[in-house]
Design a binder for this molecule. Structure first.
Ligand SMILES: Cc1cc2nc3c(=O)[nH]c(=O)nc-3n(C[C@H](O)[C@H](O)[C@H](O)COP(=O)(O)O)c2cc1C
Length: 188
């Protein structure tokens, strides 16, 4: 069972990556293999709407998204993590979502388990989580749940609150990792 995390903050070792590590640790403790694609180390261009994926079922743009396509195909569970940027996913996260249009043509992500991880200083978490959920459902994925972490400076989420009542950001992320891993196991 493979769980893939996609950390869509350009800030290396930032809050999204910190909480994504926590999600992955929890999934590993449930017996899953994990890997993380960090946009802070990658280069993914936006979709240029060339339309070639309609026929080919794959994207012709040659950048780090090609590596992610392979990771996505092999994953049983996928956690999409992003900071909130002006009430939405980061530009890097949106580029990845749009480039995943190439997978929609052949329903390559159908019935894979999905999770959403959202980090914000103060506002926009719920709407951003909803955007990720909608995207995952459009791809035919089964959404296991989400986690929210509040923090601004790098490391704030280590002591920050989560979105749920009496939940820390770290605890909510751990629960997300468990939920995704257990749903993957149940569906197998
Ligand atoms: C361009 C930009 C836009 C942001 N927009 C919001 C916002 O709409 N609401 C908010 O509460 N925080 C906003 N933030 C703050 C980040 O969500 C917050 O600092 C978060 O912890 C960053 O996560 P990271 O360390 O993984 O990059 C914004 C930050 C940046 C750089």
């Amino acid at each position: 069972m493979k769980i893939l995390g996609i950390a869509c903050s350009p800030r290396k070792n930032g809050n999204t990556e910190i909480l994504m590590n926590q999600v992955m640790l929890a999934a590993e403790r449930e017996g899953c293999e994990t890997e993380v694609f960090r946009v802070s180390e990658k280069n993914v261009a936006p979709c240029d709407a060339c339309g070639l994926c309609f026929e080919a079922g794959s994207c012709v743009v040659q950048d780090d998204m090609q590596e992610l396509y392979g990771m996505l195909e092999h994953a049983d569970g996928i956690i999409f993590g992003t900071p909130v940027y002006f009430g939405s996913v980061s530009a890097q996260g949106k580029a990845i979502m749009d480039r995943m249009f190439a997978l929609l043509q052949r329903r390559a992500l159908k019935d894979k388990v999905a999770g959403a991880l959202v980090v914000t200083r103060r506002v926009g978490a719920i709407q951003t989580r909803s955007l990720i959920y909608s995207f995952c459902i459009a791809q035919g994925m089964i959404v296991a749940g989400g986690a929210i972490g509040y923090g601004r400076e790098i490391g704030d989420v280590l002591t920050g609150v989560g979105g749920g009542i009496d939940m820390s950001a770290m605890e909510e992320s751990r629960v997300l990792g468990v939920s995704v891993a257990r749903l993957v196991k149940k569906l197998r």
